[in-house]
Design a protein around this ligand. Structure first.
Ligand code: WT7
Length: 654
């Protein structure tokens, strides 16, 4: 097969799991891969049976691309599985440890969680929410956020969580697309010492027009904005005060919708990704147990917001379905100081940390003395998600956060996949820094070229490394069941490039040992003088240079080469910029990857344009490098960043 994307970066350090970790691991026998492969339906059915079903399922899976059904005919309730069965066995066990940005702390036990969720469930019913309705949740990271999700699940309504950093327009668009009956919000939430005025933003969205919304429930969190009177806005506290703590869990069909979550593609309106109940809960449950090796006494700190899929699957559903304890934090990592995450871990004795490479690189930039000054000895496992983790960041994470003793799980998955798809298992896999390693047991992946040729067969001893498009071969329980109200777009986006197979949109390479290396979104692949080069590889080589803190790379049009490589680079704070240093960094990339990857343009800058979930918006960097007017900047976390960059660029180009 031809190689649509070249993988030029080589990384061969190896980190096998430590014997004492293996001895206690939930999964330590490599035979589970073969077992799951031999009969993947039986493998997943075994996990599904660890959940509580009101009525057992019959057939395990029915699949005709793009439509899948899992655990047919089974009846269950996600809230029952995440709360009631633990509240009955162990009511005083802490489910959620929460710290607000100002420093307030709450512990919510499974018993309390059951009561609170039941009261809110009854309140939603009182507002007219019925099984099958949608409820929009626009809350800060407070315990009431997972409570609201679970209250919806309890009464059979689907939730759609909108990240608290989104604007009125984004909230309005998502609320209307989901046809939500109720919005649950708060007066505000704390972020960098200030209150984000969520109620005010909700009012703005409502006044622009949310025709399906009948009521708004307002939690009092920040206490700085009056709740309007009348029958449309309701104070959470008043609404739940009179409700009973008895609210039966609605028996849901395995295929009933659990939630819609919007993902913003690089173009077009956001896609409402639909997940259903039985399959989603099965795979989030199983992956939490195996990938994170979750045990009853673990304290699991996932730094994502519940507004993203990571907060759905690995704060709410996966850990709570396991009866685990999660640590949740409301605010920013640098408030009041740049050691906030490490102080949280120290204070609450977190044992597992799950965060993103962009955060890790930021911590590297801030300096290792922040974690070094804190007691991180409670940690036993680290996780990464969101983008490929460059080996440099992997090694730093391993050394300065894990103190060399914590395995790292680099988990590749998507909003659409619902749960981990490619990841090490910490008691089995020998890690190579930067590789997400192997598909989770039961998952089958192919690497195909533009013509759909493949799969690539490699193994120990084969000489070449192959790369191409990441394709998922067979159905998996937590796969999305579609884009809400848009089956054509679902088919076109994921199922038409390689008919009958799921196209993830990512590039991937496999090395001689069969390890997978994610190469980023295929839209981020450059074509330089006939070579396909992944922006992520050049970025990884850039940050490998000791003076570089962060980098973003794009291909800009070039008369001769098709595309030329433009690199936007943030230097470490202690480094002084000189032309010699710029040359040296370019040379470093050429040495790491090859002369073909040497950046043509280098811009030193102070910040990079990122979305609120931390993804670099390369589209805008291309606009800058090609001297165009900036495209849509509304999804940026900080729109002023690109404006500054553009000015800098124009000055430099004269
Ligand atoms: C895209 C999905 C999955 C939850 C957070 C993001 C990239 C995610 C990894 C990883 C390399 C990764 C992919 C994927 N991605 N995790 N471990 N290694 N790339 O969810 O917003 O739906 O984004 O994030 O490009 O397709 P999302």
């Amino acid at each position: 097969m031809s190689q649509p994307i070249e993988n030029l970066l080589h990384e061969n350090r190896n980190f096998p799991p430590a014997a004492d970790f293996v001895a206690q691991a939930n999964a330590s026998d490599p035979a589970i891969y073969a077992e799951a492969d031999a009969d993947y339906e039986a493998w997943w059915a075994k996990w599904a049976r660890e959940l509580h079903w009101f009525e057992p399922f019959g057939a395990v899976c029915e699949f005709e691309a793009p439509n899948a059904k899992w655990f047919l005919g089974g009846k269950l309730n996600a809230a029952y599985n995440c709360i009631d069965r633990h509240a009955e066995a162990n009511p005083d066990k802490v489910a959620i440890i929460w710290e607000g940005e100002p420093g307030d702390v709450r512990h919510v036990t499974y018993g309390e969680l059951k009561d609170e969720v039941s009261r809110l469930g009854n309140a939603l019913k009182q507002l007219g929410v019925q099984k099958g309705d949608r409820v929009c949740i626009y809350l800060p990271m407070v315990p009431e956020l997972p409570m609201a999700m679970l209250a919806c699940a309890r009464i059979g309504a689907a939730h759609t969580v909108v990240f608290g950093g989104f604007s009125a327009e984004s909230l309005q668009e998502r609320t209307n697309d989901a046809e939500a009956k109720v919005i649950i919000t708060a007066d505000g939430g704390w972020r960098r010492g200030k209150v984000v005025p969520l109620l005010q933003i909700t009012e703005e969205a409502v006044s622009k027009g949310c025709p399906t919304v009948q009521s708004v429930v307002v939690l009092n969190r920040a206490g700085d904005y009056p709740i309007p009177t009348g029958s449309f806005y309701h104070a959470w506290s008043e609404l739940v005060a009179s409700q009973a703590t008895d609210c039966p869990c609605e028996p849901m069909d395995s295929e009933d919708m659990l939630f819609i979550l919007y993902t913003s593609g690089s173009t077009g309106k956001p896609k409402g990704i639909v997940h259903t109940t039985g399959g989603y809960l099965t795979q989030t449950y199983a992956t939490t147990k195996l990938t994170f090796d979750l045990k009853p006494d673990d304290i699991f700190f996932c730094t994502a917001d519940c507004g993203w899929v990571t907060g759905h699957s690995y704060i709410t559903y996966g850990p709570l379905a396991n009866g685990g304890t999660v640590l949740m934090y409301e605010g920013a990592p640098d408030t009041p100081n740049k050691d906030r995450f490490w102080r949280l871990i120290e204070r609450h004795k977190a044992t597992i940390l799950y965060t993103a490479p962009t955060a890790i690189r930021t911590f590297m930039k801030w300096g290792e003395h922040f974690p070094a000054d804190c007691d991180l000895s409670s940690l036993r496992l680290l996780g990464s998600v969101g983008e490929p983790i460059n080996p440099e960041a992997w090694v730093w994470y391993h050394e300065h956060i894990g103190h060399g003793k914590c395995p790292i799980v680099d988990t590749w998955w998507q909003t659409e996949t619902g749960a981990h798809m490619v990841t090490p298992l910490p008691g089995i896999t020998a890690n190579k820094p930067g590789s997400a390693t192997h598909p989770f047991p039961g998952i089958a992946i192919s690497i195909l070229d533009e013509q759909g040729e493949g799969p690539v067969v490699t193994g120990p001893g084969s000489e070449t490394t192959a790369s191409g498009f990441l394709v998922i071969d067979r159905p998996w329980p937590s796969m999305t069941r579609g884009i809400y109200n848009d089956p054509e777009r679902f088919q076109a986006t994921y199922w038409s490039k390689f008919p009958g197979k799921y196209f993830a949109g990512d590039g991937v390479a496999v090395d001689d040992d069969g390890f997978l290396w994610l190469l980023g979104r295929v839209d981020d692949i450059m074509l330089v003088a006939g070579h396909n080069i992944s922006t992520m590889e050049v970025e990884s080589a850039l940050v490998d240079h000791h003076a570089v803190a962060e980098a973003a790379v794009i291909g800009r049009t070039h008369d001769l080469k098709g595309q030329a490589i433009a690199a936007f680079v943030i230097l470490k704070s202690e480094v002084t910029e000189t032309p010699a240093l710029v040359d040296e960094i370019r040379r470093h990339v050429a040495e790491k990857i090859g002369p073909i990857a040497r950046p043509d343009d280098m811009y030193l800058c102070g910040e990079l344009p990122k979305t609120r979930s931390g993804k670099i918006m390369r589209r805008l960097l291309r606009d800058i490098a090609e001297g165009r007017a900036l495209g849509d900047t509304t999804t940026l976390a900080d729109p002023s960043v690109v404006a500054t960059l553009k000015l800098q660029y124009e000055e430099k180009e004269g």
